[in-house]
Design a protein around this ligand. Structure first.
Ligand code: AMP
Length: 416
């Protein structure tokens, strides 16, 4: 079923959202992006004349009640954004009566699902090495099903709109879907958009396709790099990874960040790109600094000839041109990870060159997807969020999807 086709009139919908919003020490929301992201779905249910049971996790309370992570702190904010009063169920597993009493247009927010270990379904208080661990795991899986069944019993239909947790097989993100037939479970609008964005770069690719992977390490991105290698025309590898590649090819990298145990892997990536006809773009020059600091002295040097005592913290001007050449004519673009230590204002130029080239390509009709923590922070820092096609809300979930993994939260509904 799709949310657009479903008529919620007179129905109770249980909706998994990602309201894991950051709070300050007084419990005030410091960034409400995630709440705003779920509004189209929540409003559609109410506009149709349905009632809402909203559920989410917050933080990592590890299966125990912890006031610091109570969703009671966001009731007023959710109510204000939805424009209706929001009731609160202080125990998510004992909300049957409150849910049954809901009338059309009414909203119930459940307490943090992760106050119950059943949500994540991992046995608590027992070590993986313990001989009793396997039995504890089985017992926990059984109680996870019961927990999911209880949540399902509150509603007539189920919507998953929490892309941020779609890569987890939790009670509320996947297991619960077993208790609804195909006509009564669906993805929310935010999930639909995220899934479509991933399809645009993995399935319905318009060429040329340029992927830009940055950040500090090759090791954390290798799954994605390998999956993309079969799909892209241009692959830009930048950021701290540059120096592992430079060293692997015999370069001098001074104090730059490097993964010495990944030198062979770097050579392997270079060879694979060649064999597959992928245009691999690696930094040729860099901005080297004499300390890991915004105020360090700097000089532009070749990325494979960095003086002793200096470290590459950003891409150099020649490299910016190579980035632009590989990005500007692209019709599909994925960007994950900065080209330098963008947190320091003096080392943002490489990431800015990427952002500007992406904006230009997007203006010329390319589909551009920005995702994964730091590149989103980058594009926001440059105030360019409205110049790209789509900014993903899901860090880990997006990266797993791009690696080609099936997301349990999506599979539970679409049956893929
Ligand atoms: P990741 O979490 O692997 O995506 O890496 C993001 C981090 O990589 C950011 O905090 C950047 O500051 C960092 N980074 C990017 N380029 C470099 C570099 N040349 N040296 C050290 N850190 C870098």
């Amino acid at each position: 079923m799709t949310i657009d086709k479903f008529n919620f009139a007179g129905k109770k919908a249980i909706v998994r959202v990602d309201f894991n919003v950051p709070l300050d020490e007084n419990g005030k929301i410091t960034d409400d992006t995630r709440i705003r992201g779920a509004l189209p779905t929540l409003k559609k249910v109410l506009a149709d004349g349905g009632s809402l049971i909203i559920m989410s996790h917050m933080g990592k309370p590890k299966g125990k009640v912890n006031a610091k992570y109570s969703l009671s702190q966001i009731v007023d904010a959710v109510s204000e954004k939805l424009g209706v009063p929001v009731q609160f169920a202080s125990d998510c597993a004992k909300a049957g009566d409150a849910a049954a009493a809901l009338k059309p247009g009414e909203v119930l927010l459940l307490e943090n699902l992760r106050f119950y270990p059943e949500e994540e379904g991992k046995p608590v208080g027992i070590d993986k090495e313990d001989p009793a661990y396997e039995d504890a795991k089985k017992a926990m899986k059984a109680s996870q099903k019961e927990f999911a069944k209880t949540l399902a019993s509150y509603a007539d239909c189920y919507i998953n709109d929490a892309f941020g947790t779609a890569h987890r097989k939790h009670a509320s993100t996947a297991v619960i879907a077993d208790y609804f037939d195909a006509d009564n479970k669906m993805l929310g609008y935010l999930m639909e958009k995220e899934v479509q964005a991933v399809d645009n770069i993995l399935k319905d690719i318009k060429r040329p396709f340029t992927a830009i992977m940055g950040g500090s390490k090759v090791s954390t991105k290798i799954g994605i790099i390998e999956n993309l290698m079969d799909k892209v025309d241009n692959l830009i590898l930048c950021g701290g990874m540059t120096y592992t590649f430079a060293k692997a090819q015999g370069g001098k990298i001074g104090n730059s960040i490097v993964e010495d145990d990944k030198l062979d892997l770097a050579l392997d990536i270079i060879a694979k790109a060649k064999a597959k006809g992928v245009n691999l773009v690696l930094g040729t020059d860099c901005v080297a600094a004499d300390a890991f600091s915004n105020d360090a002295h700097t000089q532009v040097v070749p990325a494979n000839n960095i003086p002793d005592g200096w470290e590459g913290l950003d891409a150099g001007p020649e490299t910016h041109k190579a980035f632009a050449a590989a990005i500007e004519d692209a019709k599909t673009i994925l960007w994950n990870g900065p080209a330098g230590v963008f947190e320091f204002d003096n080392f943002t130029a490489g990431s800015r060159a990427i952002a500007e080239a992406i904006a230009k390509a997007t203006k010329n009709g390319a589909f551009s997807l920005i995702g994964g923590g730091d590149s989103v922070a980058c594009i926001n820092k440059f105030g360019m969020a409205d110049q790209v096609s789509y900014i993903s809300t899901g860090g880990g979930a997006l990266l797993e999807a791009i690696e080609g993994k099936i997301l349990p939260g999506v599979a539970a509904i679409k049956g893929e």
